[in-house]
Ligand binder design. Structure first.
Ligand code: TXA
Ligand code: MG
Length: 332
């Protein structure tokens, strides 16, 4: 296992591995990424193989500097420069028209490319040392919950990665906001820590939401994408007790993610995992909690539905995805 702590020597080593076509997992402010040289088709193929991800799903190219954007994209609208200036480095991915030299494995064969400058000192130092774009999907097996600690990466990908840089727990905890600027109007393809309101302030109006038939594909937007192995159900706060009672009466065991205090006497077959009341704090630990819940091996995960209030869009989106059963949705 090549688990490394961040240091000058680690960054040199990791950049050297990337130059040789190897894979390096690294922390970003959102989730851990599985990085490869975005110009090297063989290295990119290894990413798809390690993740078990279909080859037509595009990868985000991570950049260390806004000057590099023009190497990867063309016909860049003013809106993109404005957003980049205000929100990069940060948890925002921009979908732009691709430059001709971008490998097909990065774009999934589409005429667009996803770019972002991550706001994590380890990611930025790695990018600076490497000196070019790093293509990096989340460092999980395809279809699983994204990793927010180095231990999650080890658990999912282990020896398939040549080096894992341990930067601790990711501060945001959910994947970046994805905004498509390749068409005639801005479209929010995946909600994240950069909210629609924050984008609206800079764009002058709120982006449209969701993909159109001819919009770029976003695998993360498919309902079953962020699912734990244990069946998960979202439950209204007022219905939790009844839902738990029913499951226990059927002889099942249940783990509950709730924002309320646990009852004084917790039934033996019901494990209670507390969740924060604050949206950002909730987002930060959600994936770790889902992995923890899975590991308990209960029959069912129940999640108290968080409020449909400002700041909760990304959390509600991922919980909705986690609640969709994988067998109900298949990639075309
Ligand atoms: O926060 C994040 O975005 C993390 C960190 C590592 O940066 N990355 C991440 O990558 O979540 P991934 O591959 O797990 O999800 C990226 C999403 C995918 O759903 C992919 O389909 C979409 O971005 N994407 C990438 N390039 C695209 C493009 N050209 N057009 C449309 N969607 C694109
Ligand atoms: Mg992913």
């Amino acid at each position: 296992m090549n688990l490394c702590t961040p240091s000058a020597a680690t960054f040199e080593h990791a950049a050297d591995l990337l130059k040789r076509g190897c894979l390096v997992a690294f922390p970003t402010e959102t989730v851990y990424g599985l990085g490869a040289d975005a110009r090297n088709p063989e290295a990119l193929a290894r990413v798809f193989h390690a993740k078990g991800r279909p080859a037509d799903h595009p990868l985000i190219v991570h950049l260390g500097n806004v000057d590099e954007v023009e190497h990867w994209a063309r016909d860049i609208p003013d809106q993109a420069w404005k957003l980049a200036e205000r929100l990069w480095p940060g948890p925002l991915t921009l979908i732009l028209r691709r430059a001709p030299n971008v490998p097909d494995l990065v774009t999934g064969g589409q005429n667009t490319v996803g770019l972002r400058i991550p706001a994590h000192p380890v990611a930025l130092e790695l990018l600076k040392t490497f000196g070019s774009g790093i293509a990096a999907p989340s460092a999980n097996r395809f279809g699983r919950v994204s990793p927010t600690t180095a231990a999650h990466v080890v658990a999912d990908l282990g020896d398939a990665v040549d080096c894992i840089i341990d930067g601790g727990a990711c501060p945001v905890g959910l994947e970046s906001t994805i905004l498509d600027l390749s068409g005639s109007s801005a479209r929010l393809l995946r909600p994240g820590a950069v909210t629609s309101d924050a984008l609206a302030k800079i764009l002058g109006k709120a982006p449209n939401v969701g993909a159109t038939a001819d919009a770029p594909r976003v695998s993360g937007s498919l309902p079953s994408h962020y699912a734990p192995d244990t069946p998960l159900r979202l439950v209204e706060a007022a219905e939790i007790e009844a839902a738990v009672r029913t499951l226990l009466a059927e002889g099942g065991s249940v783990v509950l993610l709730s924002m309320r205090q646990p009852p004084a006497a917790e039934p033996h077959a019901c494990r209670w995992l507390p969740m924060p009341l604050d949206a950002a704090a909730y987002a930060q630990i959600l994936y770790a909690r889902l992995r923890e819940a899975d590991a308990l091996g209960c029959d069912r995960i129940l999640v108290e539905r968080p409020p449909a209030a400002a700041g909760w869009a990304a959390v509600l989106n991922r919980l909705g995805c986690a609640a969709a059963q994988p067998h109900q949705t298949r990639y075309p």
